[in-house]
Design a binder for this molecule. Sequence first.
Ligand code: GLC
Length: 606
Amino acid sequence: MKIFTNIFASLSIVLLLGACSNSTEATKAKNIAFVDSLISKMTLEEKLGQMTQVDRQFLNDISDISKYGFGSLLSGGGSTPEVNEPKAWAEMYDSYQKEALKSRLQIPLLYGIDAVHGHNNVVGATIFPHNIGLGATRDPKIVEAVARATALEVAATGIDWDFAPCLAVPDDYRWGRTYEGFSEDTELVTELGGAAVRGYQSANINNPNSVLACAKHFIGDGGTSFGTGLNKLIDRGNLAVSEDELRKRHLPPFQKAIDEGVATFMAAYNTWNDLKCHANKFLLTDLLKEELGFKGFVVSDWAAIEEIPGDYKSDIITSINAGIDMVMVPGAVKFGNESYENFLKLFKESVDEGLIPMNRIDDAVRRILMIKKQSGLFERPFSDQSLLTYIGSQNHRQIAREAVQKSMVLLKNKNDMLPLPKSGKKIIVAGRGADNIGMQSGGWTISWQGEMGNTTDGTTILEAIRSAVNDETSVEYSVDGKGVTGDVAVVVIGEKPYAEMEGDRKDLKIAKEDLAVISRFSDKNIPVVVVLLSGRPMIVTEELDEWDGFIAAWLPGTEGAGVADVLFGDYNPTGKLSFSWPKNMDQFPINPEDDHLYKFGFGLSY
Ligand code: GLC
């Protein structure tokens, strides 16, 4: 009897698998037929419209969405609805989608946004640690959980597409985007980047609670040389490496993203050996689409094609022929960039004059429509506002708190001064980062650059310390450290928020005003634990001796309780540096063999 049962069981598994793969095959065939049929009906203007992405803030009129048949809209950093709260985002999304469905073929639009550490443009959303902190967790499970929660909060506002994860491998912290990278180490970026893609997209992009991910920026933005970038600094600079080095150091995270089924790629602003990535057919077509077999679509970065040498028309021709499938125009006339009307005019001229072949247009449109079809956008074009309750939910904030705990790196603990006692001592809290949600969240928070102050809902480190102790009166707060005394001082300092090139710096020393706050205590022999809020390791070599405790907190986001959990030992620190910690400014680009202040992988526990 047993044998019969086993045979029956294995037979049904084979039949089930067969049925599944048939249904997958059947779905694939159905999608191909659908896209082929749609393309066969499209005019050239409709095809070029699908390859156009515009920022909603630059729409001259909402009716332009159906008039030009835009394939996509985006919210660049800070491009928010009038009232910045979750329901208003969902209503805004639905209004644009309704307009898109008025087009002749009723093709729904994809809406993209940078939700790089939570749904970070939306007030009330959970803000998670930036990637530099997630890198220190060394934990792909928490990275996947963070991405999953982010995807749900983004999907709750209707938005379909997240320009994340950033898969840069930064080796020079003078770059303002260092914190968007998980690590200096290719293997770690590969592992955590893959986990992020799984979290954002779940097992199937047809899942209504998931979003399309975007492997960015392809390729090598983390390896550019200082002095070759904008304003002779480093962002959007030149990557001067051999193809072997590019394949070894920068390509693996993108290969992993493809293996995980990432739906989209974003091209990088930087040049590789003086050729713009947006103009590089070898990278975008021969390597990415042919050799690696990437089947999704490639979007340009914000007005990036305009940085290709030549006039705007030649930029369009060069970038589309190189393999860009959708152009993030984004129509920013007020920023001195090109309008979407001019883009479409020159784009059509280029095709009519045979300067962009029709088969390139059809390939790009097919890629875009296939992703739309596979993601269920045609069947479910509108938001599901029942999901709004997930935005900023306690469950998500708990996930964020755990990620914060695991991202903290304990670098110094003289005389085991940490963990702090919850009673019996007077604890001073000082520093401009102690009671500052904006500073603990960093760039890409509510606005593009982020800002200091009470920018969104969350728990500051000071509030968390106050909740952690047994008697609130044992906590004295003074932002500049003046007028208070006590048994131990927690001084929270670091970098003001920034994003992209605004964070490029020649010098990574701690600000004098921050050092002055620390000295107010160390000069009186009050033990000091410094909590550093920064988007990168900073130069602390000369000052470190005066510090009794030192924790790298990176940019933890809204859940400051995770920092207090480590300070009071409710979580025994496990974080390990995902970036080597340099002694001075002469150690860039980072060489792991150098004699650093703290090595890659360093981190203490209690
Ligand atoms: C920015 C960034 C890119 C982002 C895009 C849209 O300039 O380079 O990471 O996804 O524009 O905001």
